[in-house]
Design a protein around this ligand. Structure first.
Ligand code: NI
Length: 136
């Protein structure tokens, strides 16, 4: 019997989508408004799900307060009110698309979660646009 526990979190951040090795014209053609040199912001929401067996002693899969603290330390403290391109080392040479951001977040949280659990991260860049990564 495996149960998924989930925690929602939030951060605001700026980014610009572009490749340093492409011309402005090519970046503009591929990324459009997202290539604005002065950056633009999003209100990111994420849902972190941890799936595992219920511990018969505690009745928990894992203590959701611990999951909440991990998300705060690994994501909110490092991304909130930041410029992802400029302030976050993981994106120095990685385009901060929602796809790449969700993989970076998953990798950071994965290191802190017991190996016996499965991890899923859903990242909303807008209320209608979201991406999911399960480490596959
Ligand atoms: Ni954007």
């Amino acid at each position: 019997m495996r149960v998924t526990i989930s925690r929602k979190a939030h951060f605001n951040a700026a980014h610009r989508l572009y490749r340093k090795d492409w011309t402005f014209e090519k970046n503009d053609a591929v990324f459009g408004k997202c290539n604005n040199p002065n950056y633009h912001g999003h209100n990111y929401d994420l849902i972190v799900g941890v799936t595992g067996a219920i511990d018969p002693e505690t009745g928990y899969v894992m203590d959701i307060k611990i999951l909440s603290d991990i998300i705060k330390e690994e994501v909110e403290d490092q991304f909130d009110h930041k410029n992802l391109n400029v302030d976050v080392p993981e994106f120095e040479n990685l385009n901060p698309t929602a796809e790449n951001i969700v993989v970076v977040i998953w990798n950071k949280i994965r290191k802190r979660i017991n190996v016996e659990f499965d991890l899923e991260v859903v990242l909303y860049e807008t209320p209608r646009n979201f991406v999911t990564y399960r480490g596959e």
